[in-house]
Write a protein that binds this ligand. Structure first.
Ligand SMILES: [Zn+2]
Length: 253
């Protein structure tokens, strides 16, 4: 028999440990209220042409809203060399990316710190994606707390949450996430096989070791056709990247 389920994420749903109004997130039953209406229905052009890494990054529209350095989920300095990208979905039908950014920056997403569980007392991840923007919460060279306690998912992966609030286009969110994955793959030389769903990482000591996350890309709780399709879209975006050729040197002529 397993012990009590204490996943940094699942735990919150059970214990309502938060001191604010049940701000739970990261593929849980988050109840962050959507306090502003940034639901612009900006559609992303389905661009397929070649472009530079910088151009792709601009297309993604990353806004940096970091958790304050030295506080909350960044109170410990924990450096990281990214080797994986872990994709989640919020399962929060109320909060948008801005709401999640505010909650993270104010230290509202608490989780009890414990041995073999959450290591810092907070949930954190790197990027939250919605149809029209990506918000970055952590530098990609710092560890997050979103996947598997002290496992490689937290130690070596960049965590991405995809929004699911009402009115948000799932397809545009997926397209933007695919571009973000491609950009990060290029930046950190991460192979496509290391772009994984949260489901990939076992959460030792929990009842459901392999969480069904991101749930709408899993098939019966596991990667299947929908996940493969997502990976193909990541690959398509990655293949668009063309590094400008360096000017030829003349010294060897
Ligand atoms: Zn997840």
């Amino acid at each position: 028999m397993r012990k009590l389920i204490i996943h940094p994420i699942a735990f919150l749903g059970s214990f309502y440990y938060l001191f604010s109004a049940l701000l739970i997130c990261s593929c849980t039953t988050t109840q962050i209220e959507q306090s502003n209406s940034k639901n612009q229905t900006t559609s992303i052009k389905s661009s397929t042409g070649a472009l530079s890494p910088a151009h792709l990054y601009r297309e993604i529209k990353v806004v940096k809203k970091f958790i304050p350095k030295g506080r909350y989920g960044r109170k410990y300095k924990r450096t990281m060399k990214p080797r994986y990208i872990t994709v989640h979905s919020t399962q929060n039908y109320n909060g948008d990316a801005w709401d999640h950014a505010r909650a993270l920056a104010k230290g509202k997403l608490r989780a009890p710190k414990r041995r073999n569980g959450n290591r810092i007392g907070y949930l954190t991840w790197h990027f939250t994606v919605q149809e029209d923007v990506v918000i970055q919460h952590l530098p990609t060279i710092e560890q997050g707390e979103h996947a598997d306690f002290n496992g490689p998912g937290n130690n070596y992966s960049i965590g991405i949450e995809m929004c699911e609030h009402r009115g948000n286009s799932r397809q545009s969110t997926l397209d933007r996430t695919a571009k973000l994955c491609a950009s990060l793959m290029h930046q950190y030389k991460i192979p496509l096989k290391n772009v994984v769903p949260h489901q990939h990482w076992p959460r030792k000591g929990t009842k459901q070791e392999h969480k069904n996350c991101p749930h709408y890309l899993m098939t019966n709780g596991r990667p299947g056709k929908k996940w493969s399709q997502f990976l193909r879209s990541v690959k398509r975006q990655y293949n668009r990247i063309q590094v400008p050729q360096a000017v030829a040197m003349t010294g060897n002529e």
